[in-house]
Design a protein around this ligand. Structure first.
Ligand code: ADP
Ligand code: MG
Length: 255
């Protein structure tokens, strides 16, 4: 059912209101297969909401969210569950199970969905941890790891079911610069080695510059600019310029 190429995620005129507040107000976005799309926006711009809409955890007030050509909100519950298995979500908080070892955390989806057991399971867990540079930490507890290491274990767990799509909610927030670079390298590796399509939501401009093929700026409920970084930098959009230069003055900080 999945389209072999072309657009993997598409938002069409998505509006989302909550408690009378307009969060998204006609947002259009298109993510092509195998690319890393960076979504920039200030706090409260609606970035997490966007990821929740893509996962079908939240329904738009109007408009459509298409994943692999399927309207997320027109699917039955089992169909939506199947679609969601193809998406790995990395939450802003690492969201590991505190009482489980690193290995058991990463094994969890494989066990739950009966994808592997016994020796095969241990091998799969090791391969997943290698992918994020965390091999050798299998028996540690999450509390023994730094924030960046926890985040990488979270990525390994999100990868366990081999999703074609990865969604990252502020993956480098709160990390030191070296840990942030390690996360960025993982995101790029997944694209290069596995062809994973990714949406990275962030206000870390340096990180977005490192990982993204395309960038889109979410402001006042709309994507007001999108394209490759070079194009956005060359273009004259003052809001984009303000965001990329982290400047205090400009359209983003008006009203
Ligand atoms: N379930 C909800 N109930 C009330 N307000 C919400 C809810 N979800 C999002 N919002 C509001 O929507 C806006 C965007 O939130 P969010 O998507 O979390 O922004 P971001 O991730 O860009 O910081 C915020 O003003 C937030 O308060
Ligand atoms: Mg958020």
């Amino acid at each position: 059912m999945s389209a072999p190429s072309g657009t993997v995620i598409e938002l069409r005129q998505v509006r989302y209101l909550v408690d009378g507040t307009v969060v998204l107000d006609g947002a259009d976005l298109s993510v092509a297969r195998g690319e890393v799309m960076g979504v920039m926006g200030r706090s409260g711009a609606g970035k997490t909401t966007l990821l929740r809409l893509i996962l079908g955890l939240t329904q738009p007030t109007s408009g459509q969210v298409l994943v692999e050509g399927e309207d997320v909100n027109a699917l039955s519950t089992p169909e939506l569950e199947r679609l969601r298995l193809g998406m790995g979500m990395v939450f802003q908080e690492a969201a590991l199970f505190d009482s489980m070892t690193v290995a058991d955390n990463v094994a969890f989806p494989l066990v739950e969905h009966r994808r592997a057991s016994g020796r095969e399971l241990a091998g799969r867990v090791r391969a997943l941890l290698e992918m994020v540079g965390m091999e050798g930490h299998e028996e540690k507890m999450p509390a023994e790891l730094s924030g960046g290491m926890q985040k990488r274990v979270g990525i390994a767990r999100a990868l366990a079911l081999e999703p074609a799509i990865m969604l990252y909610d502020e993956p480098t927030a709160g990390l030191d610069p070296i840990s942030a670079v390690q996360i960025d390298e993982v995101i790029v590796r997944l694209k290069d080695q596995l062809g994973v399509t990714s949406v990275v939501v962030s206000h870390d401009v340096q990180s977005l510059r490192r990982v993204c093929d395309q960038l889109a700026l979410l402001h006042k409920g709309k994507f007001i600019a999108s394209g490759p970084l070079s194009e956005l930098e060359a273009g004259g959009n003052p809001a984009v310029r303000q965001f990329l230069s982290a400047s205090q003055e400009g359209p983003l900080t008006e009203d």
